[in-house]
Design a protein around this ligand. Structure first.
Ligand code: PEP
Ligand code: CO
Length: 448
């Protein structure tokens, strides 16, 4: 069947809302169709090259950001702090793994959420679930929970502002990181932790020396100051994705111009899915979330559809099983991919299989230990199967939130309510994210 940017409409759509006001929906779609592209094909091609390298075994993907961006938490400081943490993680990983690190944010468009339960009941009142700020409002109110197409315009404009901010941070590059030394002292300021992280402190120093040797933190190397940072989101709200799908005037190919990279969620990656049909026709690199219910044969069929020419870097498999399930499921997928000779990047999402509800207060959280355990098992499994762990996919923020338990600050269940700000799933905070980068480096060194 011929692909068109709207051919997904003939397939099975899940989690795309039924907008009751179709006139308004059409108007919004037309506004978006005429709006400027958020990313450009030459940038996407640059990402393609990096992903092809990772696929070939040279490089590592650091993919992270909010579970769900929100309109209310949008401000320059939050974006800057997340960006800085990502750069710091990238430094630690570059120095530890000694390969180029490609950085992609779950940012500037990560607004739509698939929700397992379509409704939520509070005190006997049943309303549609919150599905991300691009669709409806988090406030438990009958009117505000209705899907409103105008929210797509607000999401678009917030994405454009976010990209502008990220560009200005990227242009400043690593120069700001000269102060990394003092930042890291913050990370290890308490004595007990200083002991526990003594070897990590030494690693930071090594990393800085290494970066200096490369000229990455020298003022004399302006070409190295600019940081390449790509943006991504789940391609879930297909009317929005379709409206931002354009033909590149340079090479005549079709791209989603709302993000460099998009992924298909674990709930929408089935064979006759509208999401798979949509992604098949765009030339952006594609992620596929792989959870325990994904049958290896189905995965091969999905790849047949999404990457028939087996192009290097086109497909990133983002595996998310849970620390207690990864050993059962990941090897089966790896063997299927190897047997069929498919080239993919193996990225580990240790977040989505490790969500629990706090026993005391019922708050959704993720224990740092479980996240780390899945990461470690992921590396070990790839080593024993003879494949390369090519990336990590994290829900994280640069803010000092209390959403995941454990980690260097030993966040307890009781602490969760102090600064629990996520609009959807719990994220690693700045310290937990940095700590994770160190521990990944440690594990990587031991597995290779
Ligand atoms: C997500 O990445 O926020 C998400 C919903 O993941 P998954 O599709 O893997 O459940
Ligand atoms: Co999430």
């Amino acid at each position: 069947m011929e692909w068109e940017k709207n051919s997904w409409r003939n397939y099975k759509t899940k989690y795309v809302p039924d907008y009751s006001n179709t006139t308004e929906l059409n108007r919004v779609e037309n506004v978006l169709k005429q709006s400027s592209s958020l990313v450009f094909a030459n940038e996407i091609r640059s990402l393609d090259k990096k992903l092809a390298d990772i696929s070939a075994g040279n490089g590592f993907l650091l993919h992270g950001g909010d579970c769900a961006e929100s309109f209310s938490e949008f401000n320059a400081d939050n974006i800057e702090s997340t960006f800085k943490v990502v750069l710091q993680m990238a430094i630690i990983l570059t120095a530890g793994i000694k390969v180029p690190i490609t950085k992609i944010g779950r940012i500037a468009g990560q607004f739509a959420k698939p929700r397992t339960n379509s409704t939520e009941i509070i005190d006997g009142l049943e309303l549609p679930s919150y599905r991300g700020d691009i669709i409806n409002d988090i406030t438990f109110d009958e009117k505000l929970r209705q899907p409103d197409p105008n929210r797509m315009l607000k999401a678009y404009s917030q994405s454009a502002s976010t990209i502008a901010l990220l560009k200005s941070f990227s242009d400043r590059g690593y120069t700001d990181l000269k102060h990394l030394q003092s930042w890291n002292m913050e990370f290890i300021k308490n004595r007990k932790q200083e002991e526990r992280y003594h070897h990590l402190t030494n690693q930071i120093k090594d990393s800085l020396k290494f970066m200096e040797t490369l000229g990455l933190i020298s003022n004399d190397a302006p070409h190295l100051k600019k940081v390449e940072y790509f943006i991504s989101h789940e391609a879930l709200l297909l009317p929005y994705e379709e409206a931002l799908t354009r033909i590149d005037s340079e090479n005549g190919k079709i791209y989603n111009t709302g993000a460099h990279f998009v992924w298909i969620g674990d709930r929408t990656r089935f064979l006759d899915s509208a999401h798979v049909e949509y992604c098949r026709g765009i030339n952006n690199p594609i992620g596929i979330k792989c959870g325990p219910t994904l049958d290896p044969e189905e995965l091969i069929k999905l790849i047949d559809i999404l990457n028939p020419n087996n192009n290097l870097g086109r497909i990133t498999l983002i595996t998310r099983f849970g620390n207690d399930k990864i050993e059962t499921y990941l090897p089966k997928l790896i063997r299927a991919i190897k047997n069929e000779g498919r080239s993919v990047i193996w990225s580990c999402d240790p977040m989505h299989g490790n969500t629990i509800k706090g026993a005391e207060n019922g708050i959704k959280t993720r224990p740092f230990e479980r996240i780390l355990d899945e990461v470690k098992k992921n590396f070990s499994i790839h080593t024993s199967e003879g494949t390369k762990a090519g990336g990590i996919h994290l829900e994280m923020t640069g803010q000092n939130v209390t959403e995941c338990t454990g980690g260097i600050d030993e966040i307890s269940e009781e602490d969760l309510s102090n600064r629990y700000r996520t609009h959807c799933d719990p994220r690693l905070n700045a310290n937990q994210a940095i700590e994770m980068a160190f521990l990944i480096t440690d594990k990587f060194r031991n597995s290779n």
